[in-house]
Design a protein around this ligand. Structure first.
Ligand SMILES: Nc1ncnc2c1ncn2[C@@H]1O[C@H](COP(=O)(O)OP(=O)(O)OP(=O)(O)O)[C@@H](O)[C@H]1O
Ligand SMILES: Nc1ccn([C@H]2C[C@H](O)[C@@H](COP(=O)(O)O)O2)c(=O)n1
Length: 232
């Protein structure tokens, strides 16, 4: 009797623990689109608009988003003194190729863990520029699938020409080694051949929200806001 009771209790406790642990899992929105589609710009506006504030504490909400750009993390690692991957990252970026996921997923995992260690309430992430190919997706599945919940993919859709024009314009001041015609042609090919199929895969699961990114920043953001308000 005592043994049965203990068993039931421990099953009950473990189910509660399981549900609490699940509820506390970080929530992730993957942000995808072509180079220069405006992913970073829109993520910055989301953070600015939904950022964690005192007000949200009063309302017991934890609505703030943390923006993690895979490209920024890789550029950071490239310039980190003593990095064993600096040269490899540099050549992949210039060539418009996707860096092996073992490097990227570790940077993402560390950034997520550090963010949550600093503030447990920061458990909503916009992961920008990831997963960009099958290798990225495989890395996410093996390292992060049971550590985070992917809510959906926010897909900024615009033509290749719009992407190219925006990157070339940005290239006048960005200092980025890949905002030039030669790298851009390769980045667009990588996007079409490797990233679009990943978006298609999520689309078939009904997990993609597409926004027409060819309009002005504010028009695009108006759609993003409607969508995030609706999706909670
Ligand atoms: N809706 C828009 N209309 C016009 N210009 C835009 C728009 N959104 C972003 N831009 C500009 O286009 C350039 C690229 O934007 P952004 O860096 O946000 O793109 P991205 O998708 O993050 O690019 P990447 O993947 O290459 O890092 C920037 O100079 C930005 O100011
Ligand atoms: N998942 C990723 C994201 C980015 N990179 C590399 C290759 C990209 O061309 C470059 C720039 O990224 P962006 O700032 O445009 O998002 O960084 C990658 O290899 N894997």
């Amino acid at each position: 009797m005592l043994v049965q009771l203990r068993g039931a209790l421990s099953r009950g406790v473990s189910s509660v623990v399981y549900r609490v642990a699940r509820a506390m899992k970080p929530q992730v929105i993957f942000v995808l689109g072509g180079p220069g589609a405006g992913k970073g710009t829109q993520c910055a506006k989301i953070v600015e608009t939904y950022g964690y504030t005192q007000l949200s504490v009063c309302l017991s909400q934890t609505y703030g988003y943390t923006h993690l750009s895979a490209g920024d993390l890789l550029r950071g690692e490239r310039s980190r003194e003593g990095s064993e991957f600096g040269q490899l990252i540099d050549s992949y970026i210039k060539d418009g190729k996707i860096v092996p996921v073992e490097i990227t997923i570790n940077l993402l995992r560390k950034a997520m863990e550090e963010t949550m260690q600093l503030d447990q309430k920061k458990s909503r992430f916009l992961i920008d520029g990831f997963p960009r190919n099958h290798d990225n997706l495989r890395g996410w599945t093996s390292v992060m699938e049971d550590k985070a919940d992917v809510k959906f993919v926010l897909f900024f859709d615009c033509s290749d020409q719009v992407c190219i024009n925006r990157c070339l314009e940005r290239g006048k001041s960005s200092g980025r080694t890949d905002d030039n015609r030669e790298s851009l042609e390769k980045r667009i090919q990588t996007y079409l051949q490797s990233t679009r199929p990943i978006i298609g895969q999520y689309e078939r699961q009904g997990k993609v929200h597409t926004v027409d990114a060819s309009r002005s920043v504010d028009e695009v953001f108006a759609d993003v806001k409607t969508l995030l308000d609706r999706e909670g």
